[in-house]
Design a protein around this ligand. Structure first.
Ligand code: FAD
Ligand code: UDP
Length: 396
């Protein structure tokens, strides 16, 4: 390690990036290839890819270590950018929810309506929905509940009770109306017979998995990697002067930070809350466990959903691997709970976040980008778009 340290300090990096997920990796690639910058990417995990990391398990099934990741976007520049680093396989995600003994499409749509309601009632509700909102329209559940028609209001309450309230209680420990409306609006009621989870123009799975994309993005002589390293152990910032130190030497380059914003600033305005997950994987000696990639269990069990990876990887390997997701509070001090998968989006947290964000603005050599650093519910395409934008705005 001592030799490695000496070697790294002597290399004199222009930019140090904390986090080898999409935010950090895309910026490393842009700076290295477009600006010839020498970049060091540090991650505390033993691998690249952040939460999008996938790997083959002991049975040869390609699993997503941190939960199912399905790529979807309407953003052509993002799709074109990523296509430099991967080929794609066709894939359209479908999810069922186990409701009253039946598995019905989620987002709740006209097919779900007909599966759960007697025919004449379903027909009349369908007509009313189309009349009120139009065919093909997506209506967030919290908006549907405000409808003035009494029959549609009953339907909205039914969907709220059966699909949203208990799932959200498990996932967030809160009621749907006590978290940002954008969270449940991700899965709106869809007045349509389209059973797909997403309707985006580009939906696909990387042909050789996500980790291979990251290997390709980071494969450049100007980019060095330091894994299994918490930045706090080797990097420090004097918040009064803005000066930074890297491995006991002054660092005068740029810091790009994609970890927890409150952690970067020593939690000086208080800790921000996050939700974590316990992923329980199981391998089964059967060819197929369930009919679709993901089945949600809003009202039963302590987990929220089960995902079967072979539907995604489309492998022909024998046996199958599933994962159950058990939501839990994030706890920095418990190794089983210390991965902050989701920022918690409430008004109190927003106020605290804004204090961190405005404090961060005084440090011209520090750039915050990423789901954790910006505390935003970014999907993969959002974060790639954001990293490309940050590059253009600040570094191009
Ligand atoms: P991350 O991928 O979290 O990367 C941040 C990196 O920073 C991590 O590797 C972390 O180890 C590192 N780091 C943090 N702190 C430190 C430190 N102190 N020192 C060193 N390194 C540090 N998006 C989709 O588009 N489709 C999906 O289907 C989808 N499914 C998801 C399912 C789950 C369960 C989750 C949690 C997310 C899902 N996402 C999905 C979102 C996707 O994971 C994110 O958009 C993406 O990972 C964000 O990239 P990032 O670089 O901001 O963060
Ligand atoms: N949700 C729900 N029931 C479902 C699916 C989703 O209540 O069957 C709500 C829940 O609050 C969840 C949010 O919608 O956190 C967003 O769901 P999504 O599938 O987008 O979550 P992610 O894949 O990001 O965990």
């Amino acid at each position: 390690m001592a030799i490695l340290q000496l070697f790294l300090t002597k290399l004199m990096f222009d930019t140090i990036i904390i986090g080898a997920g999409f935010a950090g990796s895309v910026l490393a690639e842009r700076l290295a290839t477009q600006k010839n910058k020498r970049v060091l990417v540090i991650d505390k995990r033993r691998h690249i890819g952040g939460n999008c990391y996938d790997r083959f398990d002991d049975h040869g099934v390609l699993i997503h270590q941190y939960g199912p990741h399905l790529f979807h976007t309407n953003n052509k520049p993002v799709f074109d950018y990523l296509s430099q680093f991967t080929q794609w396989k066709q894939y359209q995600h479908e999810v069922l929810a186990f409701i009253d003994g039946q598995k019905v499409p989620v987002p709740f749509n006209l097919n779900s309506l007909h599966a759960l309601f007697p025919r004449s009632l379903a027909d009349s509700l369908e007509l009313k929905l189309i009349d009120k909102f139009g065919y093909g329209v997506k209506v967030p559940i919290l908006d549907l509940r405000k409808v003035d028609d009494s029959e549609l209001k009953l339907l909205a309450d039914y969907i709220y009770d059966k699909i949203f309230v208990n799932y959200t209680a498990k996932q967030w420990g809160k009621k749907p109306e006590d978290i940002s409306a954008e969270v449940t609006a991700r899965v709106p009621v869809h007045i349509s017979r389209d059973n797909r989870y997403f309707q985006d123009k580009y939906q696909a799975i990387p042909k050789y998995g996500y980790t291979r994309i990251f290997e390709n993005i980071l494969n450049h002589p100007n980019i060095s990697l330091m894994l299994n390293t918490d930045f706090k152990d080797i990097f420090s910032i004097d918040f009064k002067t803005g000066s930074m130190r890297f491995m006991d030497s002054p660092f005068k380059g740029q810091l790009i930070f994609t970890g927890l914003i409150d952690e970067l600033f020593d939690s000086q305005f208080g800790e921000l809350p996050y939700r974590s997950l316990d992923f329980q994987f199981e391998h089964l000696e059967t060819e197929q466990y369930q009919e679709k990639t993901t089945i949600n269990y809003p009202n039963d069990y302590a987990f929220t959903r089960i995902t079967e990876f072979k539907h995604i990887s489309q492998q022909t390997v024998s046996g199958t691997t599933i994962v159950r997701e058990f939501p839990q509070d994030f706890d920095r001090n418990d190794p089983k709970k210390n991965i902050p998968y989701y920022p918690v989006f409430t008004p109190e947290n927003k106020e605290k976040l804004d204090r961190y964000l405005s404090f961060s603005k005084q440090f011209k050599n520090i750039t915050l980008v990423g789901r954790l650093a910006e505390n935003r519910y970014y999907d993969m395409d959002d974060i790639v778009a954001r990293a490309l934008q940050v590059y253009t705005d600040k570094f191009a």
